[in-house]
Design a protein around this ligand. Sequence first.
Ligand SMILES: N[C@@H](CCC(=O)N[C@@H](CS)C(=O)NCC(=O)O)C(=O)O
Length: 285
Amino acid sequence: MVQLIDNDITTREVLGWKGVQVLHFMGSSCSQKLRVFLNLKGIPWQSHPVDLPGNENFQPWFLGINPRGLVPVLVHDGAVHIESNDIIQHLERKFPAPRLIPAGHENEVAALLKHEDDLHLDLRTLSFRFVFAPPGPPKPAAALESYIANGAGTVQGAKDHEKQVQIEFWQRATREGFTDERARASALKFRAAFDALDKTLAKQPYLMGGDLSVLDIAWLIYEHRLALAGYPFERLHPQVHAWAEKLRAMPEFAKEIGQLRHSPAQRDAIRRAQAGKSLELVAGF
Ligand SMILES: N[C@@H](CCC(=O)N[C@@H](CS)C(=O)NCC(=O)O)C(=O)O
């Protein structure tokens, strides 16, 4: 569990926040996952939007709350929790009903969620390449400098390796963009993951069996983003496609993912920026 310790937190005012308070961004996949979870649980929470496209997450005040500069962050009665899957598991323990992690399967679910989290930078690569498609560098130099210079740089008191991983990701993206080679490698990892999920969903309605769980939330959010990127789910993983259509129609999901649909003008701009190179073409699907 990633609950920060006192020395990690330099924006001290959050220590006085009561109840469930969430720092998040509307279009962030990890934030969407957490918000769907909160909706399904019916947990009342207070919203603190963080403007990721404006790089507010790289400003000193936010790095004083999460030294990794990532959303979402949960402040629960003054305790600061980072990492979306840890936040979800923490809230599941505190608000057990309705169950979204089957009893007795906590460790199995934690391992399966880790697999999902391990693919997060691959999701980001495909999102930037095929969904957001920014015309210039994904992060302006000044924002990156602020990220590097600010925050405690520690998580649970230890120098944070994860921040370095993030810095290297953005520095490489600034140098190279999101190349065909990287996009293809990321897409192939998802193909393997969704092949396995397709087999599971041929036998049962949800990823953990007969009931909806946090795994359905986590993977639906990935499926949804990748579908926006042009990943051909219906052709490659028909069971996943049918399961995703069913979940997308539930109000608890629809409310959080609906906004990311592009307007026709945005779609045209992205298509032009990609010069006709779709995800299917680049990945060889
Ligand atoms: N492992 C982290 C990943 C969090 C993450 O990468 N969040 C993204 C949004 S989905 C973010 O904050 N990106 C920072 C940025 O785009 O500047 C978690 O699960 O919370």
